[in-house]
Design a protein around this ligand. Structure first.
Ligand SMILES: Cc1cc2nc3c(=O)[nH]c(=O)nc-3n(C[C@H](O)[C@H](O)[C@H](O)COP(=O)(O)OP(=O)(O)OC[C@H]3O[C@@H](n4cnc5c(N)ncnc54)[C@H](O)[C@@H]3O)c2cc1C
Length: 546
């Protein structure tokens, strides 16, 4: 063996993954988009852009060079600036250029605006997840700002701009802006009613519309956003406010960043701890209605968590398929080894169902305003889908990583980064138990709508697999005194039936297989243990159609 041979990169190693059209290569996605009547030509261009080798490499570089906080200059003047690597800025420019921060609200996509944007988010997250934090938050904040039309009107053109402008300037002087959110405090995250940060009216501007906020936030991500939706206690109770980085006179607002979190993953994105020192802010929605006002935002971010997690699973599985098609062991390609095929086909089956499910939910969100049944579906299923999809992500990413063997575990390839990112969406915007309890809350507040939604899901799902016993168990548990303790059972059961129903609605060839292997008896939890029989080839071919 010569040293030249040892340096030969083609020595039974898979070539680098890149220059792939992430939209067309993903048959479950392309089918979902066609079913929803979306502009597949535009989405193909988007898939090529995020799947190019150059864009995928921006993801690597942005995470190898995390942001730095500069609280002061060398002479002690406050700066409160976070400096990001140019790769992060390039990704922001791209995703804002694709309208992922605002297109669902700006009328540019009259047909399926949320679903169409969801496809672009799903594609973008495959290149890099961290930069999508402010992109998602900007999109979601628009939902909450609708509660204060005059304020939204003032900001709208800057928010909807497709120009990314990272300059630290008052928002009116910028070509485009991004929005963040500060809800979580040290003593209460999920329980926002425990917030102690307080708002004091500025007397000259009256009515509690303009306030100064004093307190802190324990997590406030993307601190270079131009304004933040913040919850604070006013005289009338917990209230939502929009806090710009600069006061109306152009001076620095009272935001003092304490430090950046040292996180498991999500390295390209900064998440700050921040203090507010009489920071100027404007009220959003009625005083005392903070939770009701931010619910619009929260629903949109929860949907985004599910979509982005589905994208994270997809890119991990694509990397795995690409590798096993190129790597041989024992004189045979890994993709032809029966035990390996059982694993990746099982992962592909999970993605078939979860992709169908998240886009079914996006469709419901698109039609919720005009169709009460879609509204009921969105209300009941949003937490359940977030629970199932986000909780599946670490496991799917881990199995995909293992398909690359030792290489998968190294920092030279992106699998380790995907793995570190994978648990985040399950925690952010409502952790697992909180989602499960939210399903109970939705069912308790609107029992007739919930029963009707479940009945329709069961009717549809039953075309492929007998789900009635499970549905009856869910109904019994829901009505029992034990419902809270069994909240995860209810939540996952509901999401699994909805996933099966989504496959049936999609006319999928794999609906019965999904029902048998996920809801039937005699199956184990690990991927690769289910008997998928002759479906393996079709599942693998559809998962990465290149
Ligand atoms: C990377 C990152 C970025 C973030 N960015 C932001 C941001 O920009 N803005 C922001 O406001 N927040 C942000 N967060 C905070 C995040 O939304 C919260 O961490 C999350 O909502 C959970 O709140 P907590 O940390 O206070 O946990 P807790 O509320 O203390 O929950 C701890 C655990 O208890 C469980 N639990 C809670 N209630 C119940 C119950 N009734 N019964 C049973 N179990 C329960 C939860 O599921 C969880 O597992 C970020 C977090 C991370 C990790």
């Amino acid at each position: 063996m010569t040293s030249g041979l040892l340096e030969d990169a083609s020595f039974n190693q898979s070539p680098a993954f890149g220059d792939v059209d992430l939209f067309t290569a993903d048959r479950p996605l392309a089918d979902a988009a066609a079913r929803l009547g979306l502009d597949t030509k535009a989405l193909t261009a988007c898939g090529r852009d995020y799947g190019s080798a150059a864009t995928l490499d921006l993801g690597r570089v942005a995470n190898e060079n995390p942001p730095k906080l500069r609280t002061m200059d060398g002479k002690g003047n406050r700066l409160d600036l976070v400096e990001f690597h140019p790769a992060y800025h390039a990704l922001m420019e791209k995703s804002i250029g694709h309208g992922i921060h605002a297109s669902a609200h700006d009328g540019s996509e009259p047909h399926g605006p949320l679903a169409s944007r969801a496809v672009r988010l799903y594609l973008a997250t495959q290149a890099e997840s961290g930069h999508l934090c402010p992109v998602t938050m900007t999109h979601a904040c628009i939902g909450a700002l609708k509660a204060e039309p005059a304020l939204l009107k003032k900001w709208r053109s800057k928010i909807q701009s497709r120009t990314y402008d990272p300059r630290p300037l008052p928002w009116r002087e910028k070509k485009g802006v991004t929005l963040g959110m500060g809800m979580t405090e040290r003593q209460g995250g999920t329980d926002v009613r425990a917030n102690i940060t307080s708002a004091t009216p500025i007397s000259s501007q009256g009515g509690g519309d303009h306030v100064e906020i004093t307190g802190h936030k324990w997590f406030m991500s993307a601190p270079m956003c131009d304004a933040f939706l913040v919850l604070a206690q006013a005289e009338g109770g917990l209230t939502c406010y929009l806090m710009p980085r600069y006061r109306p006179d152009g001076s620095h607002n009272g935001l003092r960043f304490q430090r950046l979190k040292d996180k498991l993953g999500n390295k390209s994105n900064a998440s700050s701890e921040v203090e507010f020192h009489a920071a100027y802010a404007e009220r959003v929605g009625p005083e005392g209605a903070g939770v009701r006002t931010i619910i619009e935002m929260v629903n949109l971010t929860r949907l985004d968590c599910a979509i982005a997690s589905a994208g994270q699973m997809r890119i991990a599985l694509s990397q795995a398929l690409h590798h096993i098609r190129n790597r041989s062991v024992f004189q045979k390609k890994l993709a032809d080894q029966p035990a390996m095929r059982a694993v990746v086909a099982d992962l592909a089956l999970e993605l078939e169902a979860q992709v169908a499910l998240v886009f079914r939910l996006a469709h419901a969100a698109d039609h919720a305003a005009t169709d009460p049944r879609e509204a009921a579906y969105a209300r009941l299923l949003t937490p359940a889908v977030k629970f199932l999809v986000c909780k599946s992500t670490p496991q799917v990413v881990y199995e995909s990583l293992e398909c690359l063997g030792g290489n998968g575990y190294t920092e030279d390839l992106p699998m380790a980064r995907y793995y570190r990112e994978a648990p985040l969406n399950a925690i952010w915007e409502g952790s697992g138990n909180v989602m499960a309890l939210d399903v109970l809350r939705a069912a308790g507040r609107h029992p007739d709508a919930a029963t009707d939604t479940l009945s329709r899901l069961v009717r549809t799902a039953s075309q492929a697999f007998h789900v009635t016993p499970l549905a009856q168990a869910l109904e019994r548990t829901l009505k029992s005194a034990d419902a809270e303790r069994r909240a995860r059972f209810l939540c996952e059961g509901l999401a699994r039936i909805a996933a099966l129903a989504a496959l049936v609605e999609a006319g999928s060839d794999f609906a019965t297989l999904y029902g048998e292997t996920r809801l039937g008896a005699g199956h184990f939890a690990q991927f690769g243990t289910a008997d998928l029989g002759s479906n393996e080839t079709a599942l693998m071919d559809r998962a990465l159609a290149i």
